[in-house]
Design a binder for this molecule. Structure first.
Ligand SMILES: C[S@@+](CC[C@H](N)C(=O)[O-])C[C@H]1O[C@@H](n2cnc3c(N)ncnc32)[C@H](O)[C@@H]1O
Length: 394
């Protein structure tokens, strides 16, 4: 059994979860922010840092979903063992009995088959420890919990985490309005960072929906920490929350915000979507960085210089197969005829429709949007005689 006592050691292990496929970008972000012992894992990156670094990760990371602090690791042989190990954690030292809780279990074990059962067992142990020490128990709130407890079981090995983020970090707080299939902010930021786009290049988000690519690009270009719009983080409900330290970190991140001139266009064939995007950009304070245009993709004007396009077309769940094929076909021909010399990144879960684009991708990356397997492809449209980077088979 290993008891982790971060208060004495200052530095502690931190685990940041992300989407499958974004681990490398996340690793780069953590290193850049100053993380030590950084190690890439599956759907996560681990590192070590102190309390302040944990606050910083929550505020500044673009591709992290949750920042977890392990509080105990142990192995177990029986349900009683499991319960007793969790009961032995000094929970009342970590948070007040009046805080509400939620449990989340990730299970890769033959001992347990039901994650709900494991969460229940963990909850009983936490509540019993509180009853023993303070005579009362904290309650569960599945809608607006204050304390997030995460249980990870692999075979007979368990790690208990306090989730310092609370609500997933993709919920930045700026997106008040959404179209039907909005892109996760974390995924949008990850795609932008993978593409190598910088503010030196004009960016077009021609199927912008609620504007996620455009807004994340404006935040990225100007070094605006995406966490500053959030109403709060779970660590603010911990007993060791250091408001002064948090404010200091927030201030130092805010000082690094730049004001580079960016050239970002958010457009969509739906006027309503463009207005939603504008509203969300206003919430994020980047409305002035983005040019908004209600225009169908095939009516886009030819840009004067090389641009980066980021496309997140409909996946087609609510469309006829022939319509979705025609849409992806139109994307290919517009890229080829209007955007020679530019570069496009297209993200979709519809791999069949992707074949209709008819251009040969120079990169193809597998990504998972939650459980949904997606493809991110890059098309480089040559100008002049090499214009056709066309798939001969198409
Ligand atoms: C999956 S949504 C994009 C979601 C967006 N990335 C976001 O974060 O909200 C697809 C968008 O493509 C737009 N769209 C579909 N066909 C279009 C076309 N021919 N030209 C421009 N926009 C189109 C839809 O109106 C919709 O807003």
């Amino acid at each position: 059994m290993e008891d982790l006592n971060p208060e004495e050691e200052g530095q502690h292990e931190i685990l940041v979860r992300t989407y499958a496929g974004l681990e490398e970008v996340l690793e780069g972000e953590i290193r850049k922010l100053g993380g030590a012992d950084v190690e890439r894992m599956v759907r996560a990156v681990s590192c070590s840092g102190d309390k302040g670094f944990m606050y910083k990760l929550n505020l500044a990371l673009r591709t992290g979903l949750r920042v977890l602090k392990p509080i105990k690791k142990f192995s177990f042989k029986s349900n009683d063992d499991f319960y007793n190990e969790i009961m032995a954690i000094d929970w009342p030292a970590l948070f007040d009995v009046d805080k509400t809780m939620i449990f989340d279990t990730l299970l890769f074990s033959e001992h347990f088959t039901n994650s709900m059962f494991v969460s229940q067992l963990a909850k009983d142990a936490v509540c019993d420890r509180f009853r023993k020490d303070v005579g009362r128990r904290p309650f569960i709130d599945s809608k607006e919990p204050q304390i997030y407890i995460s249980v990870y079981v692999r075979d007979q090995e368990v790690t208990i985490y306090l989730d310092s983020s609370g609500e997933s970090l993709h919920r930045r707080g700026y997106r008040k309005e959404m179209v039907k299939a909005p892109l996760s902010e974390v995924m949008a930021a990850g795609i932008l960072m993978m593409s190598g786009w910088t503010y030196h290049f004009p960016l077009i988000d021609p199927m912008c929906g609620s504007g996620t690519f455009s807004i994340e690009a404006a935040l990225l270009a100007n070094n605006i920490p995406p966490g500053i719009f959030r109403p709060g983080f779970a660590f603010e409900n911990w007993k060791d929350f250091d408001k002064e330290l948090f404010d200091m970190i927030l201030e130092s991140l805010n000082k690094r915000i730049t004001e580079f001139p960016v050239n970002i266009t958010a457009s969509d064939r739906s006027f309503t979507a463009v207005e939603l995007a504008r509203e969300n950009a206003r919430e994020a304070g980047v409305e002035d960085d983005i040019h908004f245009a209600p225009i169908p993709f095939d009516k886009q004007p030819t840009p004067e210089k090389r641009v980066f396009l980021f496309l997140n077309p409909p996946y087609g769940e609510r469309m006829q197969p022939e319509d979705i094929d025609a849409l992806y076909g139109m994307i290919g021909s517009t890229l080829k005829h209007t955007f020679g010399g530019s570069e496009a990144w297209l993200f979709t879960s519809n791999q069949e429709a992707l074949n209709q684009v008819g251009l040969r991708p120079s990169r193809k990356i597998k990504l998972f949007n939650g459980p949904l397997e997606c493809r991110l492809v890059r098309y480089e449209m040559y100008s002049g005689s090499k214009k056709a980077s066309k798939n001969p088979a198409a």
